[in-house]
Design a protein around this ligand. Structure first.
Ligand SMILES: Cc1cc2nc3c(=O)[nH]c(=O)nc-3n(C[C@H](O)[C@H](O)[C@H](O)COP(=O)(O)OP(=O)(O)OC[C@H]3O[C@@H](n4cnc5c(N)ncnc54)[C@H](O)[C@@H]3O)c2cc1C
Length: 374
């Protein structure tokens, strides 16, 4: 029998699964089509930070939306965990950004005010003695540091699984498959072509992450999303777990609830190369040892590499595809796709069901890239 679905969602990362979840909440059934397993790309191997007050575009064009997404996460955790039985371990984190050079100090001190007066957040400047008291394993060469409290972190693989699982409980389907093309006419797509069949559909959501450009030729629409490789090494902890996330000099150390220190993260334009590189592991280690010398001999338990979906202006691409009545783009979340997943899911579901959304996505329309391909 021919397969059919109301909404075909192509891509089972955080973006696609969140769209399926919020659509299901609005009573719309979808099929998530994923070729490599739910959350098995960047959405499964990210650092899982929900940091709404800092990063590219914040303060700036990502600020309001980032904050809305953070609030959605705060409201979601309890109910999504209860609905699915998947505890994706959302928690509030304390972080110290360490100044290792004199030139680091002014920028870090200036960041204190970003956190001031924001509900649930606080920050202050720490001198070397205070840092040594908080965490004696930090290098004695530190000049000071920015302490902040209020960001959250999740296990992003489990979060993505939870979105998919909750959507399934509300009537969505997860279908393994590799999408090869879309077919339709008169401004509407009505069939998704897979390597092992086809699915008739009422609407389509493109949530293909860094592979989104593949759909340019299917739709004749410019979708400038490129892959930015990121690697993380997970180091065994042979002593007390660290109580703070640590960063500085290009290195980061995130103590996770799995008992390991996740260290990274790197940024390399290497096309679709997803191979973990021993050279990069060595560089990450050098950076984190500058922060915590004790980590020099810690065993690498796992090393992962994956691809962030990045646009030319570092903003997501959310909304209806130019020239198509029933195709929506949900991609391009770059370095913030776990934070933004809630707002991506909610806003796309809103647009598809009511034609509008109260979330601040005005600057992220696919129309800003103008243009249909010839
Ligand atoms: C090292 C690293 C650390 C990060 N840390 C953070 C962080 O701390 N906080 C944060 O908010 N973000 C972080 N990110 C960014 C975040 O992981 C990404 O922005 C987010 O995962 C993107 O989600 P996505 O669903 O758009 O893409 P993906 O997770 O890549 O999902 C896209 C899916 O589409 C599928 N697909 C593609 N084409 C097809 C096709 N033709 N047929 C079927 N399936 C297809 C793929 O298999 C894939 O599963 C990090 C990223 C990296 C690499």
């Amino acid at each position: 029998m021919a397969e059919t679905t109301d909404v075909a969602i192509i891509g089972g990362g955080a973006a696609g699964c969140a769209v399926a979840y919020y659509l299901a909440q609005s009573g719309v059934k979808s099929t998530i089509i994923e070729r490599e397993g739910i959350g098995n790309q960047a959405s499964g191997y990210s650092a899982g930070g929900l940091n709404p007050l800092t990063g590219i575009g914040i303060p700036g064009p990502l600020g309001a939306f980032g904050w809305e997404c953070f609030q959605l996460h705060m409201d979601l955790y309890g109910s999504l965990k209860d609905q699915t039985g998947i505890d994706y371990q959302q928690r509030t984190v304390a972080k110290i950004d360490l100044a290792l050079e004199e030139s680091d100090v002014p920028d870090l001190q200036a960041m204190v005010e970003l956190f001031q007066g924001v509900d649930g957040f606080n920050a202050r400047w720490l001198g070397p003695e205070e840092i040594a008291k908080l965490e004696p394993r930090i290098t004695p060469n530190v000049l000071g540091g920015l302490y902040d409290y209020g960001n959250n972190a999740v296990d992003s693989h489990m979060l993505t699984q939870a979105f998919a699982s909750a959507a399934e409980k509300m009537g969505a389907t997860v279908r393994a498959g590799n999408v090869q093309n879309l077919e339709g006419s008169g401004g509407k797509i009505d069939r998704v072509i897979l390597s092992d069949g086809e699915i008739s559909c009422g609407q389509v959501v493109m949530a293909m992450g860094p592979w989104s450009r593949r759909a340019e030729s299917w739709l004749g629409v410019y979708i400038p999303v490129d892959p930015l490789k990121g690697e993380i090494i997970r180091l065994e902890n042979n002593s007390e777990p660290f109580k703070h996330d640590l960063a500085g000099g290009g290195g980061t150390i995130y103590p996770k609830l799995d008992g390991l220190n996740w260290c990274g993260t790197t940024e390399d334009w290497k096309g679709f190369d997803r191979e973990p590189s021993p050279q990069v592991a060595h560089e990450i280690r050098e950076r984190v040892v500058r922060l915590v010398p004790d980590l020099a001999n810690a065993k690498i338990v796992k090393h992962t590499a994956c691809l962030r979906p990045v646009t030319p202006d570092w903003l997501p691409v959310l909304g209806r595809a130019p020239g198509w009545e029933n195709v929506y783009l949900a991609t391009g979340a770059g370095k913030k796709g776990i934070l933004l997943a809630t707002g991506i899911g909610r806003s796309i579901a809103d647009l598809m069901t009511t034609g509008e959304t109260t979330l601040s996505i005005q600057g992220y329309s696919p129309d800003r890239f103008a243009t249909q391909l010839d």
